[in-house]
Write a protein that binds this ligand. Sequence first.
Ligand code: ARG
Length: 396
Amino acid sequence: MTSNTFPPPTSARHDTDSGTDSSGAADRDEAEEFLRRFHAEQPDQPVPLSRRLREVRAAIDTKGTYRHTRDELAFGARVAWRNSRRCIGRLYWNSLRVVDCRDATTPEEIHQHLREHLRQATNGGRVRPMISVFAPDAPGKPAPRVWNDQLIRYAGHRLEDGTVLGDAAYVDFTDLVRRFGWRDPEGPFDILPWLIDAPDDKPQLFDVPRELVLEVEIAHPHCPGIADLGLRWHAVPAISNMSLRVGGMDYPLAPFNGWYMGTEIGARNLVDEGRYNLLRDVAACFDMDTSEESTLWRDRALIELNVAVLHSFRAAGVRITDHHTESRRFLTHLAKEERQGRTVPTDWSWIVPPVSGGITPVFHRYYDDADQRPNFYPNDPAHYDDSFHHGCPHRQ
Ligand code: ARG
């Protein structure tokens, strides 16, 4: 496990005083600040700022909360992406598709929206950045959640000899869904079911429809041995355990996705010791000399695996980006934002790619790292199950 654990050890929910409090009430100051920002950045609103402020203040005073208009919600979600300090892919923040799912209450309705999210986001391989926003926390009415940290993840099966088949970071979650009755197929890439937790009901298990999960089989352009490893990865990374915080309100179920950067799969998911841990198998495919560290077989295997990931996604017509292109785009984003008079909150340790950091331009600079809102914050895992260990070491 690296130092880049996710979620971070202390949830932001506890070290700030904004967002909804434990009673579910909206934060008044944060609501006002958000509405002012919305009207400043998008001045042509049908309802003037002063009137909207009066409405929202009155609603918070009487009901403890207020309802975002669709335009406010869309703007809030886009700016939350723009403010995500760990995301290198923010150049396209303003084109995020925002789907309003606030009226879905039953597990079945939520399930239906999650399926629709996967379908639209996958888009036959032309992956689109998208967020589906469900009901917020409100006084006397807790919000729905899903317990999965991403909409698509692979199970980890602990075998009798102590090794793990599948994704080792998901052994505990796999045990958990098994306790809820999941009958796992026990292969290396079994898609975990959704655990949907709607208020007024106990959490319910739903299988993710196979036909909605686009996957890519990993092959190397020159080394046939790589295809023989039988590796694959899913096309859409859709984070489902972070709260969208907009205007003093928390939306704990707001799954969002972009498209993959190759290193996420080729340098982390398939490589981390706490994940698929495949570097030695890759080196063996190339007959690398692994007798000494100084042959740099690890580095060479890592690069070949990343070549294979990018090659396979492109050959399959599934949108993916490489870390050199994405680093340059990020600097374009910084320059654009600076021209708008905005700073770009950035966490260097997450932005610098996990391979070849120093030969990407994002390495060689300092960043402003102050937290800004709207934003995304990790949901409190203790909310649903104390016994459920939640330290999944994925990055970006
Ligand atoms: N690193 C995570 C994964 O491999 C995904 C995080 C979001 N990534 C993205 N490209 N939007 O599954």
